[in-house]
Design a protein around this ligand. Structure first.
Ligand code: PMP
Length: 354
């Protein structure tokens, strides 16, 4: 070790899902939307005046903030936007989790939370899910430095009832509770409606899943004015121009195209329900999912083997080699054609491997 290495901020980074360059694969590994972004958003991209890019973007991304505020019935001062919800969440950890007490989140959850906690030197305590992969309300009713809960949870897809989340938010009024709603649009009930009641609540959402814009990197959060002001103060102390001109304009157009948004979600939900039936028929078990993925395990074949066999076939799903979940596959919902190809392969594979 070099002497200077002693002063390096050492972190074990988050490992994102693979993004293979090869085009002929069925990609069900990173919870992307299989459908294209709204044609209205793509129109904005095609018609963008290149001369605009000479100038810095609007640091407040007002066009997008106004559209989001209007759509969700909030004031613009209650909206924060960032470069994907990862950026919004990272900024929120930095801003709100600044105490001595550990923050709380589930033991099986989005694996970026502990990475940010380590990066920002935030103490944390993971709360075990029950044997049905459910978050236990009572685990979050103790003194702590803050709470972050994804709803639905990832990678399980399990939704927690809003009334139970409200119990947690109400029991923790002296700290910030972040509800990460990356997958809420696929049939869950959003905590946005609790915002008028709770000044300690931050609801975070993304354009990466339900709005098919993972590549543009747009995330946002709703909270009361004071909380959003604190978030913006931290953001402007870090980088004023996080969101570029094109992204803000495309995001605003995507929000305006509500019909396309709803139609895409309906398609994904119906494909998900079909996939659930087919996986069950093939002997898979899974907690009920309210997201755009299914977390499935097979009684006879180890998940790691199925994962490899699928990959050879050009079907990418996600496998986490971690305690309690190392016999599960997280399968993103693709198009009907993609899911049929998955099921056909699994049927053949499992038939041959009895
Ligand atoms: N939260 C959860 C629970 C997620 O699964 C993801 C996707 N990896 C994110 C946040 C971040 O998504 P993005 O940065 O694309 O908005």
């Amino acid at each position: 070790m070099q002497a200077w290495e002693e002063h390096v901020r050492k972190v074990v980074p988050y490992t994102p899902g693979e993004q293979p360059v090869c085009k002929d694969i069925i990609k069900l590994n990173t919870n992307e939307n299989p459908y294209p972004p709204s044609p209205k958003a793509l129109e904005v991209l095609q018609n963008i005046d290149g001369q605009l890019l000479r100038k810095y973007p609007d640091p407040e991304a007002r066009q997008l903030v106004e559209e989001l505020a209007g759509y969700y019935g909030r004031k613009t001062s209650e909206v924060f936007v960032g470069v994907g919800s990862d950026d919004v969440l990272a900024m929120s950890f930095l801003t709100f989790f600044n105490g001595q007490k550990p923050i709380l989140f589930p033991d099986i959850t989005y694996s970026f939370y502990d990475v940010w906690a380590d990066l920002f030197r935030i103490p944390y305590e993971c709360q075990p899910l029950d044997d049905k992969f459910k978050i236990r309300t009572k685990d979050y009713k103790k003194r702590c430095g803050g709470i972050v809960i994804p709803n639905p949870n990832a990678p399980t897809g399990v939704e927690k009832e809003l009334s139970e989340l409200e119990e947690i938010i109400a029991a923790n009024r002296d700290v910030i509770v972040i509800i990460d709603e990356a997958y809420i649009d696929f049939g869950g009930t959003s905590a946005v409606k609790l915002l008028p009641e709770y000044d300690n609540l931050l609801v975070v959402q993304t354009f990466s899943k339900s709005r098919s814009l993972a590549g543009m990197r747009i995330g946002y959060a709703f909270g009361n004015e004071k909380l959003i002001k604190y978030l913006n103060d931290a953001k402007y102390s870090f980088n004023s121009y996080t969101m570029n001109t094109i992204t803000a304009a495309m995001g605003a157009a995507a929000v305006r195209d509500d019909a396309y948004f709803k139609a895409t979600i309906d398609k994904i939900i119906s494909t998900r329900e079909w996939t659930k039936q087919e996986l069950a028929r093939l002997g898979f078990t899974f907690p009920d999912s309210k997201s755009n993925f299914i977390f499935a395990s097979h009684a006879r074949r180890p998940a790691a083997e199925i994962f490899e066999a699928l990959k050879v076939q050009g079907i990418y799903v996600r496998y986490f080699d971690k305690p309690r979940i190392n016999n599960y596959l997280r399968i993103t919902i693709g198009t009907d054609r993609e899911m049929k190809a998955l099921i056909e392969f699994l049927e053949k594979y499992l038939g041959e491997n009895v």
